[in-house]
Design a protein around this ligand. Structure first.
Ligand code: LIP
Length: 271
């Protein structure tokens, strides 16, 4: 790892404090009337997204002025192999419609290694966190994925207008054909955290962005789950398909979703 333990300890501490504070700001803004715009088909942005992102970056920059940032709203900022990847409000469509299923998601990469992740779901009083090699926690209790038979599995299938409707409806058909059931709740970050917490058994989306996924992906891996190589083929800046699940469901869900088939590279690196 290109970063020392003490340096990572300082960033982990800052990450948890800033994520919690950002969650509180998002909760406060959720209770106020807010301006909502569309930046694409069913792709919402509110003034809260920008406000929360600016707060997060200013806090982290004050502690780590030489680090780089990649935010959903502000884009890339700075050049460094110490990179923060930020989604100020994941589940913005829910937030915009008064649905409390949204979160703040922040990940940290040291070089090409995903090393830290935190997610705050303020309306549920939940703080998720993970560190490479140190496990994943929900409100400081260790998280473990739940394995099950595919016929009893609950798989969340994320959707956005970035992929054709037909691709999504046939994904649903293929997953239902395995005997599993599906849901869509509108926040990819929380969807991945729920897999890590063992509440659901898998999360798949045909295209999603790195700021939505990185913190959750680290949590699933640290909670004993399997994920595809999301960062492969420039997933950091272009996004990618994502599949994360309990290890016993990997073969069935890789076959049904078509995500992760060319995944040998990642597995070698993990094992
Ligand atoms: C959302 C993701 C969700 C995806 C939406 C959108 P946002 O992120 O969490 O999984 O289906 O299209 O990308 O825009 O709320 O940060």
């Amino acid at each position: 790892m290109i970063i020392g333990t003490e340096e990572l300890d300082a960033r982990e501490q800052a990450l948890v404090a800033v994520t919690r504070e950002a969650g509180e700001l998002a909760r406060e803004l959720f209770s106020k009337p807010i301006e909502v715009k569309l930046k694409g088909k069913q792709d919402y942005i509110t003034e809260a997204d920008g406000q929360v992102e600016r707060m997060i970056i200013s806090r982290l920059k004050a502690r780590f002025p030489d680090d780089a940032f990649l935010g959903e709203e502000g884009g890339a900022d700075g050049k460094s192999d110490r990179l923060w990847v930020i989604d100020p409000i994941d589940g913005t469509a829910n937030f915009a419609h008064g649905i409390p299923h949204f979160c703040v998601s922040i990940a940290f990469m040291a070089g090409s290694e995903l090393t830290l992740g935190a997610i705050a779901a303020p309306m549920y009083g939940e703080l998720y966190r993970a560190r490479l090699g140190r496990g994943a926690f929900l409100n400081d209790r260790a998280m473990r994925v739940t394995d099950t038979d595919i016929k009893q599995a609950v798989v969340e299938l994320g959707w956005s207008s970035r992929r054709p409707v037909r691709a999504y409806t046939s994904l649903i058909e293929r997953v239902l054909a395995t005997g599993a059931t599906f849901l869509r709740a509108g926040s990819g970050a929380l969807g991945l955290a729920y897999v890590a917490a063992g509440r659901t058994h898998g999360y798949c989306e045909l295209h999603i962005n790195s700021w939505d996924t990185l913190a959750g992906l680290l949590m699933v891996r640290e909670a004993g789950g399997w994920t595809n190589d999301f960062l492969g083929s420039d997933g950091l800046t272009r996004g990618n398909a994502v599949l994360a699940c309990a290890p016993g469901l990997k073969d069935a869900l890789v076959a049904a979703t078509g995500v992760g088939q060319a995944n040998e590279k990642l597995e070698r690196r993990i094992s």
